[in-house]
Write a protein that binds this ligand. Sequence first.
Ligand code: ZN
Ligand code: FE
Length: 236
Amino acid sequence: MLEVYPVLCRPDYMDNYAYIIIDTISQTAAVIDPSEATPVIKKCDDLGIKPQYILNTHHHFDHVDGNIELKNKYNAQIVCNSADIHRIKGADIGLEAGKTFSLGKSVAEIIDVSAHTIGHILYYFKSDKILFTGDTLFNLCIGGIFEGTAEQMFAALQKIKSLPDDTLFYPGHEYTMGGAGFAYNYNHGNEDIQKYLTKARDRLASGLPVAPMSLGEEKKCNPYLEVNTLTEFKSL
Ligand code: ZN
Ligand code: FE
């Protein structure tokens, strides 16, 4: 079983989420996308764990800037797409899309979603029904296309859409309310988006992340997942 602990980073600036994940059977821990080290270290102390791995979804500074400090403190290994090894400082292990990464007994499938950046990957823990989407899929919106094309982003989103509805996903930023107005209008304020937004606001009001939402909820409410053709996608 996999436990997931979100850590809000750069709260006054970019609202990144790093995630501490623990394979409960082996008690092996990792940190996903540490935007900065300090809040991650604090959470590791609270949990009484030492991460053995640092997993990156992509090379942007707001996902890797905590890497080296955490690597040095915990003697952890930095793991990323093999295609990004040349541009993520201190990277130790390169992953191939279509292959897997094992955190103790928990196994992540590595899915290439090149578009936000070329080499952006998702970590999909299939048996735990947990997906880390980095800057590709956010709640009610998607990441910008910095290095790829609209075609590549559309293809990436189709890969996510093909995963089961009961998959819980964890994005790289708290951007829900930024996409809320557009999603509300796009869905004509229907019951699904109303339910989604009620849940999102309740969680935020309690000081919690909106994540995790299920892919099923997202497929009904996120305009970028709702469209079925590239033409519709480009018109959003
Ligand atoms: Zn990014
Ligand atoms: Fe980012």
